[in-house]
Design a protein around this ligand. Sequence first.
Ligand code: CTP
Length: 405
Amino acid sequence: MLNKNILLCVTGGIAVYKAAALTSKLVQAGAKVKVIMSKSACQFVTPLTFQALSRNDVYTDTFDEKHPEVIAHIDLADWADLVLVAPATANVIGKLANGIADDMITTTLLATTAPVWIAPAMNVHMYNHPAVIKNIETLAGFGYQFVEPNEGYLACGYVGKGRLEEPEKIVSLVTNYFQTQTNILSGQTILITAGPTKEMIDPVRYLTNRSSGKMGYALAEEAVKMGAKVILVSSVDSLTTPKDVQFVKITSAEDMYQAVMDNYQKASIIIKSAAVADYRPKEISNQKLKKKDGNLIIEFERTKDILLELGKKEDKPFLVGFAAETEKIDEYAWSKLERKNADMIVANDVTKAGAGFEGDTNIVTLYKKNHEKKELPLLSKNQTAKEILLEIYRDLKEGVKNANS
Ligand code: CTP
């Protein structure tokens, strides 16, 4: 984060005190921080606190032009490498979603072309209000990133979702963001499998699962941005293949097995985010099955476990498996890591809101070979992908160091 320009917009909620800690931690991490406060934010903590922590002027009023040679809100908007709104109230979210610019924060936010991250903090019922939900969706549609609030005790006395994410976590997400802006994966070839497999019963019917492939596609897109060469193996045709990705279209688990085995030696990293069928019909009828009286019984046989097979290879690349679970996440994830000889398992509890199959967000936990466990907060699938890739990059770097030492 060294010398990155972070513009922190602080709006009025009790979590303003956490924004002071956030300012300090960002400065300690090497960032240059400038702060804009809303009038209400100044009711909680004085601008002097932020001035002292950021070692910069604090802006509160659009018309209080400190430097006559520039227009402050345009100058700040252009200066920022990243704009963070933390805490973000329902009010600022609403104004921004509707293009309202009536104070220093909102005029600057409309004027910036830098990425904007919003970390909401408010009462649980406010957060769940349909207007707030709609405004957040609108902003997400504009490309704004959200750092979701935590659940827990709220200053208003309620227990629920609405607590500003901890400053340490926000700093870590920001650090990771800047790191992923560089070509850290150049020279790596990543083989990614995504989405469900389709197991044919007859020429017109198949068995599949609810996986959408969005997580795998997000991984492919972000990996290319980080400089990797990407081979994507998938049955999905409803998503656009990310730019510069080599796409291998498959249908069944057997096709995926063949495609992976044909390509695995080219890859330094394999990410198996696909939801592969564990069973397939023993016989595929050449003709469409006609209905008959009584029940239909189809015999199934096991498919090949691709990840398990890869884990046995002597020349195995860095292997990442996925685990979508509905219970005992820890237990199943650790046992999958061990059993399949993977280097990392990305597990999620698909029963949790925001962590399901079809959505655009995910909540995952990473289980690593060195017994480290890393929980990620609710993030967009693209942000989750960036965090996973960054963790792989760090593990590989660490591995190289270990091998050399
Ligand atoms: N996988 C695979 N080949 C299969 C099945 C799964 O490569 N035939 C991979 C998936 O891509 C994923 C991981 O293995 O990375 C999931 O592990 P798995 O044990 O198969 O999970 P489940 O299908 O949920 O199985 P279980 O019933 O054991 O939980």
